[in-house]
Ligand binder design. Structure first.
Ligand code: ZN
Length: 277
């Protein structure tokens, strides 16, 4: 199965795609009205506008450094997942999304990196939690957030994962415990982005790692902007061997061209038998 990830409503109905994801709220903080004919995506703890408006929303490490895009390693501003007001706002958005379309996708769930968050509130909550290990406590925070979102979503709940299938890495990085989350999530989405896909062995390595690691189904999302179509088709074939579906990110035209090509190739491959039609 194939799908698209887009900000353009007009592309959601393109017949080549079995599933269409619509960016309802992205990491810049820009949010629009949820759509009915696509799965609305909500960037949960990535939000430049929110942090610009209130710098105290950003998670801090134990030296007080904030997780914002001015720092190395961060491409956007993060919000501390224990901020209740912000979190309630996100859950409200998830509910709005689910009212428009019963399926919802959660993006940017988790803490920014292993060193976060050491804000006063997180320290207080950790100390009151009964956990000895801060990482275990973080995992509980994130799992509870996803469980709350789950209750608001009557249809399929998708959740995006950072593309690192090594055991223990997602837990340490962001408080994501895929085994605990599998109880709430129907399908994970793994973006495996590259600017060219001139080689694809690593797409296979990552996708096969997730196949072994996850107990729930997952899809592979590819970056489709200005990619040579032969290369994108190669990457899509590899991804399709492991993922529930292959999603094309942010250039639907390239995605559509590749889907048409792969389907045409597939039909040629099975056209020998007279009873096949
Ligand atoms: Zn915090």
């Amino acid at each position: 199965m194939y799908g698209v990830v887009t900000r353009n409503e007009s592309e959601l109905a393109w017949s080549e795609f079995d599933t269409a994801f619509f960016e309802m709220k992205d990491v810049t903080g820009r949010a629009t009205t949820p759509v009915e004919n696509g799965v609305n995506m909500v960037s949960c703890f990535g939000d430049n506008a929110a942090v610009e408006g209130d710098p105290d929303l950003a998670p801090v490490d134990d030296t007080g450094e904030r997780a914002t895009r001015e720092r190395r390693y961060f491409d956007w501003d993060y919000v501390c997942p224990t901020n209740e007001t912000y979190r309630d706002g996100i859950l409200e958005m998830v509910a709005d999304a689910a009212a428009a379309n019963e399926d919802v996708r959660l993006d940017d769930v988790g803490f920014p990196r292993g060193e976060y968050c050491h804000c006063d509130r997180c320290t207080r909550l950790f100390e009151a939690s009964g956990h000895d290990d801060r990482l275990d406590w973080r995992t509980e925070v994130i799992t509870e957030f996803v469980a709350e979102a789950r209750d608001l979503v009557p249809g399929r709940l998708y959740l995006t994962l950072y593309p690192d299938p090594y055991p223990g890495h997602l837990e340490r990085r962001s408080g994501i415990d895929v085994d605990a989350l599998a109880a709430h999530v129907d399908e994970f989405v793994v973006p495996v982005y590259d600017m060219g896909y001139t080689t694809t062995y690593w797409v296979e390595t990552i996708a096969s790692g997730f196949r072994d690691r996850l107990s729930a189904p997952f899809s592979v999302e590819l970056y489709a902007i200005d990619i040579d179509l032969d290369n994108l088709a190669d990457a899509a074939e590899v991804a399709a061997a492991y993922g529930e579906r292959v999603l094309f990110g942010y250039q639907a035209g390239n995605g559509r061209a590749v889907v048409r090509r792969l389907r045409a190739d597939g039909q040629q491959g099975v056209s020998q038998g007279p009873d096949d039609v």
